[in-house]
Design a protein around this ligand. Structure first.
Ligand SMILES: Cc1cc2nc3c(=O)[nH]c(=O)nc-3n(C[C@H](O)[C@H](O)[C@H](O)COP(=O)(O)OP(=O)(O)OC[C@H]3O[C@@H](n4cnc5c(N)ncnc54)[C@H](O)[C@@H]3O)c2cc1C
Length: 415
């Protein structure tokens, strides 16, 4: 009978806890504890609705105390931070008991990633579009752009969405941000005087089959994509933010929404669990960590923090995949007999006006056969119903985590 500690109650940690609570035999585990430094859950796919003013920002957060009825038998330690891990002694030290480490038989790490702007001078002045704390800033940026565009002495403005490093979570999100902003600015009657630019340090940051559809949307919406440009630094010039790239080209922008370089949180690095890329290397077939540390056979890493690849191709970082990894690990620890794993994601990139692109990567073959399995990706243009698909996707996870008491996510209709 095992004691399991799950670090993080985001998509991965909740997927794991939910599976232990609802699908794994109670005879297999003695105790499951999930620890999170906050007491709320958020779905990144709802944030764009907040910054384009269709829901209050607070409606993108759900109280994790309300998840307890859906997680019978799971101890939830909320507002509690994991300070350190001792892989030899098989303990974690929690902020509420710094002198009394918590023992584990199995440790499931799902702490997500953090944005780290420190390697690029001035990047910290830009919005980190993967931080919930910055959603209000995105909203303010758009409101300011609209106000300035309507002023008597208005000049052209630029909204820049800049990807500082790969890999990063939810690869379609920067394009989604550009398209939703395009829609917002059109509806406010100012799109003609605002340029929207997306930049990436690689030739193309999405799965190749998505290129044709996204390129069509970029053209239709007059969004410029600049590939293969690495950010050198960010400075301020009067009211503009200036992003300078390594080829000395630059963008003067009224607002810059950045994808900061993303890595594992510090306590994971301190435990010497990260690879040079800043992620935790793990086996794609089991999610067991592969570092050379004591007790590694008892440690799993799931979700964004895990560095996983199949045949040299990195496994994309997405909420749906984090949840599925959590399911798989719970069934593994719980020794479920009849479990079949599926690693099929379905992510809608919203394109504004109700349209969306469905990107559905399937890594099931890679999980079942890490040596030889190849991923597949399906992409579908949903000119109508894209937004409805996304809202239904959000509802699916809210219902799983919170049951009937989960607040329904209901963005207001567009004018
Ligand atoms: C704008 C945006 C849009 C997105 N859209 C989509 C989408 O449409 N579809 C999709 O599938 N994915 C989407 N994603 C990606 C998705 O949100 C992530 O891939 C997913 O949240 C990863 O789950 P995780 O469990 O690895 O990490 P997270 O969900 O980030 O959870 C990590 C948890 O660990 C906790 N934690 C961290 N450190 C500690 C510590 N020391 N002690 C205790 N707790 C700790 C954190 O508080 C957090 O709750 C989007 C993300 C963003 C930001």
């Amino acid at each position: 009978m095992s004691r399991v500690v799950i670090v993080g109650a985001g998509f991965g940690g909740l997927g794991c806890a939910w599976t232990f609570a609802n699908q794994v035999s109670k005879d297999a585990v003695a105790k499951v504890t999930v620890v999170d430094s906050k007491d709320w859950f958020t779905i990144g796919g709802t944030w764009a609705y907040a910054w384009c003013d269709r829901v209050p920002v607070m409606d993108t957060k759900w109280n994790l105390h309300d998840a307890k009825p859906q997680l019978p038998g799971v101890e939830m330690k909320l507002n509690t931070t994991v300070m350190s891990i001792d892989t030899e002694k098989k303990t974690v030290t929690l902020s509420d008991a710094p002198n009394d480490p918590t023992p584990y038989d199995y440790l499931v790490l799902s702490p997500g990633v953090v944005g780290d702007p420190s390697g690029i001078s001035g990047l910290d002045q830009c919005v980190d579009m993967y931080s919930h704390q910055h959603v209000e800033r995105q909203k303010t940026d758009l409101a300011r752009i609209v106000t300035n565009a309507k002023a008597d002495n208005a000049t052209r403005q630029t909204l820049a969405v800049v990807i500082a490093a790969t890999p990063y979570k939810c690869p379609v999100a920067p394009f989604e941000a550009a398209f939703v902003a395009d829609d917002f600015l059109r509806r406010n009657g100012v799109r003609d005087t605002v340029d929207i630019v997306v930049t990436a340090p690689v030739p193309w940051p999405l799965p190749d089959p998505a290129k044709e559809i996204f390129t069509t949307y970029l053209t239709e919406k007059n969004v410029t994509f600049s590939p293969s440009v690495k950010i050198k630094n960010v400075t301020r010039e009067k009211d503009d933010t200036v992003v300078t790239f390594e080829d000395d080209s630059c963008i003067n922008a009224a607002a810059v929404w950045a994808v900061y370089p993303q890595t594992a949180p510090t306590f994971i690095k301190d435990a010497k669990l990260t690879n040079p890329m800043g992620f935790v290397p793990a086996n794609i077939g089991t999610n067991k960590i592969t570092n050379d540390v004591a007790g590694r056979e008892f440690i799993f890493c799931i979700g964004d923090c895990a560095g996983l690849s199949a045949n040299g191709k990195p496994h994309p970082k997405a909420g749906e995949f984090a949840w599925q990894m959590g399911e798989m690990v719970a069934h593994d620890i719980g020794k479920s007999a009849d479990y079949t794993h599926s690693r099929l994601g379905a992510c809608i990139a919203e394109c504004g006006g109700g349209a969306g692109v469905l990107v559905a990567p399937d890594f099931t073959a890679c999980v079942l056969d890490p040596e030889n399995g190849n991923p597949k990706v399906q992409v579908a243009d949903k000119r109508e119903g894209g937004e409805a698909y996304k809202v239904a996707w959000v509802a699916k996870y809210i219902t799983k985590v919170f049951g009937d008491i989960g607040r329904v996510f209901e963005p207001s209709a567009v004018a």
